[in-house]
Design a protein around this ligand. Structure first.
Ligand code: PLP
Length: 362
């Protein structure tokens, strides 16, 4: 079955096979990875290797800390505001371009003053701002955006304009590792793993080190980034299995794919093949996102009616194309085609879409 789920999502088959082979007995350990201490030198090496592979893939310099945390991307909604906003009289500025940004704002408001500098709710989050559409004061605590809104399928092509004095913060959960990133432009970026990077249970936080000391030390210990940084992500028991698999996915990206530029090329090819079918369907399929901000990862589109959508999902299922139903706030179809979705899966979906449109339009 080709799984188009928005997450947890497909993992590279070679990684799953390697994990299966090592599952009962991790080489060198005489036991399963699930059974060894997070302080065991074998696991510490796995953790360091995962970090180093991410550093190498993304070109992350020593000015940045790379941390592995639990609590999903959702915990970061609170952690960011607790570290960078709580106790200051600054404002946190948010670019609201979809459902996940909205949730982040709700949590940040519990920590301090939040300004929604841009909001595309009026058009059901089908577009992204240009620099002319918002302002951000030079003394803001940070400017926050979500680089890829998973539900709406809108993705920033490059970083939004941000004053040099203001840390840029990104929720990169659903497009992390889909392309190279200029990490130096960020104060902090984070991603839960369960789309492009590994299994659910771990989130990666990449944070400029000078920001680690801003937080009031009285914030809850787990939220305090400095605790995770100072203890090499072992302030408490980290999600060992998820980090182990994440390390293997990162290595797959580096060795089998050939790096993030190559990955981006493949992702463009895969997503464009589906957008082309949408654009050439004479209005049978209507893309949700405006064409200039279409996501490489989550292809969202509507059909002429709810009945037709239900028929599409049901027939797709019998063609072994799974989890295509769109989120209820957008309706229609969402095909999530993360890094590990093979070309053949996208090709099978494209063939099905073309055939379905020809049988049901007009
Ligand atoms: N942010 C984005 C962009 C997401 O796609 C998701 C989950 O789908 C989240 C945040 C929330 O992640 P989690 O369920 O790990 O808290």
């Amino acid at each position: 079955v080709f799984n188009f789920s928005a997450g947890p999502a497909v993992l590279p088959e070679s990684v799953l096979r390697e994990v299966q082979e090592e599952f009962l007995c991790l080489p060198g350990a005489g036991a399963s990875l699930l059974e060894i201490s997070h302080r065991d030198k074998l696991f510490v090496e796995i953790l360091h290797n995962a970090e180093n592979t991410l550093r190498s893939l993304l070109g992350i310099s020593d000015d940045y800390s790379v941390m592995f945390m639990q609590g999903g991307a959702t915990l970061q909604f609170s952690a960011i505001a607790a570290n960078l906003l709580r106790g200051t009289d600054k404002t946190a500025q948010y670019l609201l371009t979809g459902s996940w940004g909205k949730k982040a704002i709700k949590e940040a408001k519990k920590e301090g003053k939040v300004v929604t500098a841009y909001d595309s709710a009026d058009t059901n989050y089908d577009r992204l701002p240009t620099a002319a559409d918002y302002t951000c004061p030079d003394d803001a605590a940070y400017l926050y955006y979500c680089s890829n809104e998973t539900i709406q399928g809108v993705q920033f092509g490059s970083e939004p304009e941000c004053p040099a004095s203001v840390p840029l913060v990104s929720d990169a959960s659903s497009d992390f590792l889909c392309r190279p990133l200029p990490v130096d432009k960020y104060g902090l970026l984070y991603a839960c793993a369960q789309k492009n990077a590994g299994p659910a249970g771990v989130s990666v936080v990449v944070m400029r080190k000078d920001l680690l000391d801003i937080a009031d030390p009285n914030i809850p210990g787990y939220l305090h980034y400095k605790n995770h940084h100072d203890n090499d992500s072992e302030w408490n028991t980290p999600p060992t299995f998820a980090i182990y698999v994440l390390g293997k996915v990162a290595r797959w990206l580096q060795n089998d794919i050939g790096g993030l530029a190559k990955m981006e090329e493949l992702n463009r090819e895969k997503s464009q093949s589906l957008y082309k079918i949408i654009d050439e369907s004479n209005g049978f399929y209507k893309g949700h996102a405006q064409t200039d901000c279409r996501s490489l990862m989550n292809v969202t589109f509507n059909l002429p009616s709810e009945e037709m959508t239900a028929k599409f999902v049901s027939e797709a299922g019998s063609h072994r194309l799974a989890a295509l139903k769109g989120h209820r706030s957008v309706g229609g179809i969402r095909a999530s085609i993360y890094n590990a979705m093979p070309r053949e899966g996208v090709q099978a979906l494209g063939d099905f879409m073309t055939d379905f449109a020809s049988r049901n339009s007009g």
